[in-house]
Design a protein around this ligand. Structure first.
Ligand code: AMP
Length: 170
């Protein structure tokens, strides 16, 4: 099965000039969904123990949860401003198409825990770097950032000091 064929380009969404990588056809295909989660889990070397998987709102929640199950790790949501109910740490960041604020619960990570960060797309790297900062502020260790897709031409990988792995490159 070719996961690549189940990701479609939506031109000019959410803004003119952006080609949005829409993974909803992949999510809708049960076989592709399982395959994608299995392959993402394999991007993480066997020898590495992961305590927590972070999924970035919102598309990072879906495969992030499946990854946590496969890696025997807990799942932590990193959410947009104002969505998490308890005490949070916040970080503002730049997007390929705008600016935003991400938040994590202050008690989500214990110092020394090994964390894998997951999102659907690595574009400029601003989002993932903001989440790395949030993890490190809580004393967590970022073991890997992993993505379904990477937009090579935006060089997001160069912005991240941690290990980066992705299933597909554009
Ligand atoms: P960035 O911070 O620039 O790496 O952007 C990554 C975040 O924005 C991820 O949460 C993606 O879901 C989203 N994103 C950025 N560019 C795209 C794109 N072309 N298609 C789909 N999602 C995107």
């Amino acid at each position: 099965m070719n996961i690549h064929e189940l990701i479609r380009d939506i031109p000019d969404f959410p803004k003119r000039g952006i080609v949005f990588k829409d993974m909803t056809p992949l999510l809708a295909n049960s076989e592709a969904l399982v395959l994608c989660a299995d392959r993402l889990a394999r991007l993480c070397p066997d020898a590495i123990i992961i305590d927590k998987v972070i999924g970035i709102e919102a598309r990072g929640f879906i495969l992030g949860g499946m990854l946590a199950e496969r890696l025997n790790a807990g799942f932590i949501p990193v959410r947009k401003k104002g969505k998490l109910p308890s005490e949070v740490n916040s970080k503002s960041y730049g997007l390929e198409y705008g600016k935003d604020v991400l938040e994590i619960h202050k008690d989500a990570i214990t110092a020394g825990e090994r964390v894998l960060i997951h999102d659907d797309v690595l574009a400029t790297g601003g989002t993932a770097q903001a989440v790395c900062d949030l993890v490190e502020e809580l004393g967590g260790i970022v073991m890997q950032c992993n993505f379904i897709m990477e937009l090579d031409f935006l060089n997001g990988r160069d912005k991240l000091v941690t290990k980066v792995a992705s299933l597909l490159s554009y």
